[in-house]
Structures are given as structure tokens and as C-alpha cells.
Ligand binder design. Structure first.
Ligand code: FES
Ligand code: FES
Length: 208
């Protein structure tokens, strides 16, 4: 069921081929190429900064708030969020891009924060689980998790909640099969998969 690399994350039924079949092929292809070049340039910049061990000024925009930090380039996004921004919803479990406990959204996409460098995520919109219940406004994913008993020890839960929200944003009418595949990048040792899938399905049926 898990298909981590092809998920990048969450496009269970949107293949590159079907995407390119759409009407704006040329425009889309140009946009993809530009985005890829920009990502490469950013990676190179981050890699070059990472070769230094000196703390540097790093600005992260998390849940709409700008955090001005001094971080060594080797600091992961997860560590920066937890240790420097004191947002401890996302969890550190495997640190190897395998479990999803560290899931946050970057520019709306669910990503593993444990294997990204904080310095490389400047200028992006980072969203943690805390944002899903901020200001007294609770994202429907949260009560739906409770309703379907989709949590036991709760360690995987914040990551699953963020992953579910990101997935439903992209696939508001997802089927059960798509949900199972789309959320396959998150693991739960307590086995709450059934509840998580029921929750996502209920929200998808209601238009997420
Ligand atoms: S802690 Fe990041 S994927 Fe497990
Ligand atoms: S609820 Fe325990 S790991 Fe998922």
C-alpha cells in the first residue's frame, strides 16, 4: 500500500501523463521546468550553505508567523520547528522519511520535516498541526479523527492529521482506494488505519 516515492506526496491518480494531457500543456511544461530550475538553484544554495557549520540567520514562515532564527545549516526543519520555534505537534520518530510523524505542509503539500534542512525552506509557507486548531477554529479533520477513533497512543496522529488535510485539499472527493494510497506515507504502530480512512472518506463524501 505504501508508495512513498511516487506519492511526493499525494497524487494517487494524477499521473504526469494525464496531467500533460490537459489543455495547458505548453504552459504547464514551462511552469514545471521553471519550478524545477528554481528548486535546483535553491538546493544548490542550501547545499553550499550547509557546508558551513556557522549559525546563520534563517527566517521561517510558520503558520503565518515569521520566525527569525540563528541556525546552523545542518539543522533540520523538524528540529527548527520543535526546538527553536517551540511548536511540538510534529513528532520525531524515525528521522529517515519512513513514518510520517514529522509531517508538515510546505506550500500546501505534505512533506517530511525530518529530512529537510530548515535553511532551504525559507520563503515558503510552512503549516504545522497547530494551525489546524488555531484561533478557536478547528479543522474538521480533528473531530472526525476522534469520531472514528483514529488515534490510540497518538504519536502518529499529528502527522496523520496534517497529511489527511493536505490530501483532502488536493483530492476533496477521493475514494477509499485513493485515500489508502494517498495516506500511505504515514505509519501507525497502533494500527489506526481503518479509523483514519473512515474519517477521510466521510470528509471526502461531504466535500472535505
Ligand atoms: S520522523 Fe520524519 S518520517 Fe519519521
Ligand atoms: S496511534 Fe499510536 S502510533 Fe498511531
Amino acid at each position: 500500500m505504501r508508495d512513498r516515492e511516487t506519492q511526493e506526496r499525494y497524487g494517487p491518480d494524477v499521473s504526469r501523463r494525464s496531467f500533460l494531457k490537459g489543455s495547458g500543456v505548453a504552459v504547464a511544461a514551462t511552469a514545471i521546468a521553471t519550478a524545477a530550475e528554481e528548486a535546483l538553484a535553491q538546493d544548490k544554495k542550501a547545499a553550499s550553505a550547509a557546508s558551513s557549520s556557522k549559525a546563520q540567520d534563517v527566517e521561517l514562515t510558520i503558520n503565518g508567523e515569521v520566525h527569525k532564527l540563528k541556525l546552523e545549516p545542518r539543522v533540520t526543519l523538524l528540529d527548527a520547528i520543535r526546538n527553536d520555534c517551540h511548536l511540538t505537534g510534529c513528532k520525531e520518530v524515525c528521522t529517515t522519511k519512513n513514518c510520517g510523524a514529522c509531517t508538515v505542509m510546505i506550500d500546501g503539500k505534505a512533506v517530511y520535516a525530518c529530512t529537510r534542512l530548515a535553511i532551504a525552506e525559507q520563503g515558503k509557507k510552512i503549516t504545522t498541526v497547530e494551525a489546524l486548531s488555531a484561533g478557536g477554529k478547528v479543522d474538521p479533520v480533528i473531530p472526525c479523527f476522534i469520531k472514528h477513533d483514529a488515534t490510540q497512543c497518538g504519536y502518529c496522529t499529528p502527522g496523520f492529521v496534517v497529511a489527511t488535510r493536505a490530501f483532502l485539499n488536493e483530492h476533496p472527493k477521493a475514494t477509499l482506494e485513493e485515500i489508502q494510497k494517498g495516506l500511505g506515507g504515514n505509519l501507525c504502530r497502533c494500527g489506526t488505519y481503518d479509523g483514519v480512512a473512515k474519517c477521510a472518506l466521510e470528509l471526502a463524501k461531504g466535500g472535505a
